[in-house]
Ligand binder design. Structure first.
Ligand SMILES: C[S@@+](CC[C@H](N)C(=O)[O-])C[C@H]1O[C@@H](n2cnc3c(N)ncnc32)[C@H](O)[C@@H]1O
Length: 260
């Protein structure tokens, strides 16, 4: 198994990212993780419930996690290709659903939530979460350049219809509109405040500046030149070793229960 997958399993884990759903899960539950991506959070859910199905439109995303689950004889998890707009399950099929870091990427988030509600049992619970750019906290060197990196990323997401950086704050309203009976919205901060965390966070952002999709979109929309992107990358590298550096990101979450 690739060490990259095992590293991702440690970083992108259910204990950190799906903790808000844990108190509402029972060990006999059948759970759907929609937009499961690499499936690292899905595996963490599988440790707590009877059965989990991870669904994602991207077959390529699922290869490593399927292999990992087979190698580790994790038999209560499966991964299927599918879309939240038309889930291939009967109505009332699942006790709970997680939709993590996916709703903000949808062009029709309300339609996705309505479809999730359909496949939940009466009384079933949805946990949905996404990052919220209004909750970004940054300190350290090169403040202006580093903030520009995020300003460019936001615009790229919007112009490329890749994601809505401000959907987190609307989760409560969206779940209500989708018909969930009881909705509770919260937020959690993820902090990068130790030398190790600052270093890995900063170096990852430096890499992001070189990401072909980010770089070509930024240039295409006239948001940054190649020189700007180099300067941003260098600014992040310097930031990553500064004792003044600190970053924190708000993740908005909402729980919604389907009517009994
Ligand atoms: C940022 S990733 C999040 C993956 C995972 N939930 C996590 O938090 O690690 C967003 C995922 O949403 C998936 N996605 C995009 N459109 C979707 C759709 N219509 N239905 C289900 N998933 C979708 C993408 O393929 C991608 O894997």
């Amino acid at each position: 198994m690739s060490t990259a997958f095992e590293a991702a399993l440690k970083v992108r884990n259910a204990a950190d990212y799906a903790d808000f759903l844990f108190p509402h899960l029972h060990d006999d539950f059948h759970v759907l993780d929609v937009g499961c991506g690499g499936g690292t959070i899905t595996l963490g859910l599988a440790e707590r419930v009877a059965h989990v199905i991870g669904v994602d439109p991207s077959e390529g995303e699922l290869a490593d996690v399927r292999r990992y689950a087979a190698e580790h004889q994790i038999e209560n998890v499966e991964f299927r290709v599918g879309s939240v707009y038309g889930l291939d399950f009967p109505s009332g099929n699942f006790d709970a659903c997680l939709c993590h870091s996916t709703i903000e990427t949808l062009s029709r988030p309300l339609d996705g939530l309505i479809e999730i509600q359909r496949i939940l049992k009466p009384g079933g619970v949805l946990g949905v979460a996404c990052v919220e750019y209004g909750g970004l906290i940054l300190a350290g060197p090169n403040d202006e350049v580093i903030r520009r990196f995020y300003a460019v990323r936001e615009r790229v997401w919007q112009l490329e219809n890749a994601a809505d950086p401000y959907l987190g704050r609307r989760l409560r309203g969206l779940l209500k509109r989708a018909g969930f009976e009881r909705v509770i919205a919260t937020a959690k901060y993820f902090s990068y405040g130790s030398s190790e965390d600052v270093q890995s966070f900063g170096l990852a952002r430096a890499e992001d500046c070189r990401d072909p999709w980010y770089a070509s979109s930024a240039k295409k929309h006239g948001l940054a030149t190649a020189q700007d992107l180099d300067a941003m990358s260098e600014a992040w590298v310097e930031w990553s070793s500064s004792p003044e550096a600190y970053a924190a990101f708000a993740w908005c979450r909402a729980l919604g229960w389907k009517q009994l």
